[in-house]
Design a protein around this ligand. Structure first.
Ligand SMILES: Nc1ncnc2c1ncn2[C@@H]1O[C@H](COP(=O)(O)OP(=O)(O)OP(=O)(O)O)[C@@H](O)[C@H]1O
Length: 676
């Protein structure tokens, strides 16, 4: 026997339990056996051997789990022995303690009993209903009454870090199943403002106007009962229970508490983001969920049933009613000190995950969109398997394994908050060195999440699909090859047995050579066994390589897709900015030219005004001025005449004579002005 995979339980993110389902397939060969243990203990090891018609592998594989639950295990056995009550106690946070998040998930081939384990059946409750029952009966007396106190709803809404729409269960049920008369009132509850509470007749079914499609509490299974199971709570605190539900379908997150019953709503079904928010910068949350405050088990069960109806189911060849999405049911337990209600609410969550079944698309006879769904489911489960297997291979703690959890939404949701320090720094992969179990985290860190994985298997089901899941989920694995005595060694053994002392024929016995032969045959047998082991490992390496190649090509495709998206986005942004800049530039140019025109007009004005100054004419002369001017002129001319006269008198006698003659003539009455 070769112990080639060491136990990883110390470093594991999950405690891994195996549950076998009863199987009634007639004529099917059982390929899985449980190793016996002492009376009263749960077995921890199983072996699987390939069916007789599988000629490729003769090796037997042995797997270790935290516990193995056999076919006769009841729901209550599972509930108690997987430590779910302890998880609930951690979430509740007894003795003023900080709560501790919990995660319960199921993994298995389609039809192996995951939903049966987590959600139960028509007659039996599943681990989810049992958990809710234990939670409410443990804290019921300390739950705040949101129907009487509007401030409570307000304070719960304000303390929520995930941009959620909070409402009370009665408002939610009225909104979902009511006849619309109260919908206005109820829809107001989705806002962040406090709203008036409604009476509880809705839950009790007393309000007649509703409730055609509402699940009836009386039809829900009551068995098994858990009255005698209670967990300790913090007696100095008051509590509120807030429920949300979502599914991961085709790698997108959808709210299950927003009804898509109308066609338009289906078309508009909006994916949600898993991101850090303003109030939660170091921790990723599913943002924008609808969250329902439940103050009783009945309310919580009705909300759960409503979400389950919403969850997408589609029939496939593998299972008539099969989960086609990974379903997440989150119970947030919020608490604050009873005496100082001004304190903010502290919150811890219990998340229950019903994973979609892995299946071989070929064997499931799926086509079209269902085939695409199956592809996405298998891809996400392959990534989950890789994350889990990396832990299983992490034997050497000095070499930290990197958990590549950001490859798909499922692993991101399951793992990113398991390592608070890593997610805070925005790493795209997690190192096991940062695992809270392995480091001394600082005191202000959240308590490490407690996680339980229940692997379900049908021992008479599909060998290949089941063995693949067991390989990556088990805590440890060993491979062995049964020694089948060969014909030759039997003959030799016979011959050797015949050559006993005393029966010698007298001739020298061929003991030495037969011993050599026997040793050689033993060696051949050993080598053959080793060869078988190597060939099993080789097959497995080939499978892992194929998976790695598939994951690589999927990652490459995703990268290309993201690159194209980023390119398109950037191109769009660039064009929009260019357009905006062009418009801005044009507007600026127009403004500039307008300004220039104005400036030119102003210049022309100034110029025109300047010309007017140059052509300025004196105002028209008045009469007096003209008279004065004429008198001046007259005066000037008289002086000139006198001057000329004097000049003439001083010249020749003939000239004098002429003057005298002129005076004579003037004496006749015709003379110059002023003359006698
Ligand atoms: N432990 C069990 N005891 C009795 N019946 C079981 C058990 N496990 C599974 N079954 C039955 O087997 C059928 C298939 O189981 P279930 O729907 O839980 O499978 P599943 O793994 O959730 O499948 P899928 O992944 O397709 O949703 C159901 O009818 C269920 O009641």
């Amino acid at each position: 026997m070769t112990g080639d995979y060491p136990s990883r339980s110390n470093a594991a993110l999950f405690d891994v339990y195996l549950r076998l389902r009863p199987s009634y397939t007639p004529g099917a060969e059982r390929f899985l056996d449980v190793e016996a243990t002492q009376e009263g203990d749960y077995p921890t090891h199983i072996t699987i051997k390939p069916p007789a018609n599988d000629h490729r592998k003769r090796a037997i594989e042995k797997f270790e789990f935290t516990k193995v639950f056999q076919e006769d295990a009841a729901q209550l056995d599972l509930f108690q022995s997987t430590g779910v009550p302890e998880i609930i106690e951690g979430v509740v946070g007894k003795d003023r303690g900080q709560g501790r998040d919990g995660l319960l998930a199921t993994l298995g081939v389609t039809g192996s009993g995951k939903s049966h384990t987590i959600l139960g059946s028509k007659t039996q409750r599943g681990l989810t209903q049992l958990s809710l029952d234990v939670l409410f009966q443990s804290i019921q007396s300390r739950i705040v009454d949101t129907s009487k106190d509007d401030d409570v709803l307000q304070s719960l809404t304000v303390s929520d870090v995930s941009e959620a729409q909070m409402m009370t269960a009665s408002n939610f049920l009225e909104l979902t199943y009511g006849d619309g008369t109260a919908s206005t009132r109820a829809s107001r509850a989705t806002s962040r403002a406090a709203t008036p509470m409604m009476d509880m007749s809705f839950v009790s079914g007393a309000g007649a106007n509703m409730r055609k499609h509402m699940p009836r509490l009386s039809t829900l299974p009551q068995y098994p009962e858990v009255q005698d199971i209670q967990v300790d709570c913090d007696t100095s605190s008051q509590y509120a229970v807030v429920i949300s539900m979502y599914e991961v379908y085709n790698d997108r997150i959808f709210d299950l508490l927003i009804s898509s019953s109308s066609k338009s709503a289906i078309q508009k079904r909006r994916g949600l983001l898993f991101k850090s928010t303003e109030l939660s910068p170091d921790r990723k949350v599913v943002a924008g969920l609808r969250k329902i405050i439940c103050s009783s088990l009945e309310e919580a069960l009705l909300v759960l049933e409503t979400g389950l109806v919403e969850r997408r189911v589609a029939g496939t060849g593998s299972n008539a009613v099969s989960s086609r999405s990974h379903g997440f049911f989150c119970v947030e337990v919020r608490k604050r000190p009873e005496r100082s209600i001004s304190c903010t609410w502290k919150s811890s969550s219990f998340t229950i995950v019903d994973l979609a079944g892995s299946e071989r698309a070929r064997s499931a006879k799926t086509t079209g969109s269902t085939l695409a769904e199956a592809g996405k489911i298998n891809e996400s489960l392959m990534y989950l398997g890789q994350c889990m297997q990396l832990q299983s291979d992490n034997s050497d703690l000095s070499k930290p394994s990197i958990v590549p959890f950001r490859q798909c939404k499922l692993t991101e949701l399951l793992f990113s908050n398991s390592f608070p320090s890593s997610s805070a720094s925005g790493n795209t992969a997690l190192s096991l060195r940062n695992h809270p179990h392995l480091t001394n985290g600082s005191s202000d860190r959240r308590n490490p999440q407690k996680s339980v994985m229940v692997v379900t298997a049908d021992p008479l089901g599909d060998f290949n699909a089941t063995s693949q899941i067991l390989r990556y989920s088990a805590l440890a694995r060993e491979v062995t090859v049964p020694r089948v005595p060969s014909v030759t060694s039997s003959i030799i053994a016979g011959a050797h047995g015949a050559s006993v002392p005393g029966k010698a024929s007298g001739r020298s016995s061929p003991t030495a050579s037969s011993e050599d032969l026997e040793a050689a045959l033993a060696e051949i047998g050993r080598l053959r066994a080793e060869l078988d082991i190597v060939s099993v490992r080789y097959d497995e390496e080939v499978r892992r390589r194929r998976e790695a190649e598939a994951s690589w090509s999927a990652a490459t495709e995703r990268c290309e897709m993201i690159e194209n998206e980023v390119r398109d986005e950037m191109w769009g942004e660039f064009e929009a900015r260019l357009e905006m800049e062009t418009r801005r530039w044009r507007a600026a140019a127009e403004e500039e030219s307008e300004r220039n025109d104005q400036r030119m007009d102003q210049k022309l004005d100034i110029l025109a005004r300047g010309i007017e100054v140059q052509v300025y004419e004196d105002p028209a002369a008045t009469e007096d001025d003209k008279v004065r001017e004429l008198e001046d002129e007259n005066e000037r001319l008289k002086r000139k005449v006198e001057e000329l006269s004097r000049e003439k008198g001083l010249r020749s006698p003939s000239k004098k004579m002429r003057v005298l003659k002129t005076r004579k003539w003037e004496g006749s009455g015709i003379g110059f002005e002023g003359s006698p």
